[in-house]
Design a protein around this ligand. Structure first.
Ligand SMILES: Nc1ncnc2c1ncn2[C@@H]1O[C@H](COP(=O)(O)OP(=O)(O)OP(=O)(O)O)[C@@H](O)[C@H]1O
Length: 308
């Protein structure tokens, strides 16, 4: 929706839009916020987040806050109270596999449900999708990506690669300029989420104050502790119809602990990879050693399935 057509827009914050008020709720009426929350499906969404995503307590709190802001904003509009449309461009920082893409997808769904975004889909890109290799290629590439993202969330992974301090003529700068314009002027059409490692993102914002000033929400994704990684494994294996019992769980925990110390450890993604490898070994073991098998054989992962 264009800001010009939104009730209450173009006015000073706090003003009552008399035109909108005529069509909206009378000033003295009351609105049932719980019913509004229910209608927007916020509780449902939050409880599915709790069920399907382990840990991430602070991230979930921030999502709840954004949901509350938008809900209240929507009700205020119905009373004809004007406010600037909230800036929802965000930055998600954290190590690989900490859930940034997954949460961005959930955020897109939430923003759609609450009426902020028209479509609520997620377009995930990296520098290569936005920046061309030759003169004149970058603007069309970036615009094409933005076009695909309209009505949804544009998720730029490792966004700092857009800026190369060592090369003033790098085409990434052109892409940044276009993104900045759209982030400012078409806030109502697309939400941009920049993601990556915290320290590199801080450097990027330092070198690109324009980008920094357009991002209102910074959400940090911590590494999962061992207990959380085990719970994530439990959730993933349950979703895939596997059981990791007793001794196998012990071996799995040791393996995860060992993997955590490795440089390429990728949190929940490593958990998924370890499980995938265990599934392979499990299947080979069954085919190689059993003439017939029952349900228990088919679903139970053994310690040997986690050993390399
Ligand atoms: N808290 C969690 N609970 C359950 N599953 C999770 C959780 N966090 C991540 N996952 C799962 O782990 C996998 C990797 O997560 P995701 O791709 O969202 O991480 P990421 O932070 O975006 O990684 P990268 O930075 O490397 O792109 C996905 O399959 C996701 O569903």
């Amino acid at each position: 929706m264009n800001t010009a057509t939104r009730p209450g827009f173009g006015m000073r914050p706090g003003e009552i839009d008399t035109e909108a008020t005529e069509a909206a709720i009378p000033e003295r009426s009351r609105v049932d916020l719980a019913a509004e929350r229910d209608e927007a499906g916020i509780d449902e969404l939050m409880s599915s987040l709790d069920d399907e995503l382990i840990g991430l307590r602070e991230v979930k709190t921030r999502i709840r806050e954004v949901a509350a802001l938008l809900l209240v904003d929507r009700v205020r509009q119905r009373f004809g109270v004007s406010s600037t449309r909230p800036n929802l461009h965000m930055c998600f920082t954290g190590n690989p596999g900490t859930g940034k893409t997954t949460v961005a997808m959930r955020m897109a769904g939430l923003l759609h449900r609450i009426g902020y975004l028209e479509r609520g889909h997620l377009v995930a890109v990296t520098r290569d999708d936005l920046v061309g290799q030759y003169v004149g290629h970058t603007a069309p590439k970036t615009k094409e990506v933005l076009k695909r993202a309209m009505g949804g969330v544009l998720f730029i992974d490792e966004a700092y690669y857009l800026y190369r301090a060592e090369n003033e003529r790098d085409y990434g700068q052109e892409s940044i300029e276009i993104l900045l314009q759209v982030m400012e002027n078409q806030r109502e059409d697309v939400v941009v989420i920049l993601a990556g490692y915290g320290d590199r993102m801080a450097e990027f914002f330092h070198s690109n104050p324009g980008m920094s000033s357009r991002v209102a929400h910074h959400i940090e994704f911590d590494d999962y502790d061992l207990g959380e990684l085990e719970s994530i494994a439990g959730l993933m294996s349950e979703q895939d119809g596997y059981r990791i019992g007793g001794e196998a769980a012990e071996v799995f925990r040791e393996l995860l602990d060992e993997q955590r110390a490795r440089p390429r450890f990728a949190n929940a993604r490593t958990v998924r990879n370890v499980l995938e490898r265990a599934r392979l070994r499990h299947a080979s073991r069954l085919v190689d050693t059993l003439d017939d098998c029952g349900l228990d054989d088919l679903v139970r992962l053994e310690p040997v399935d986690f050993k390399s």
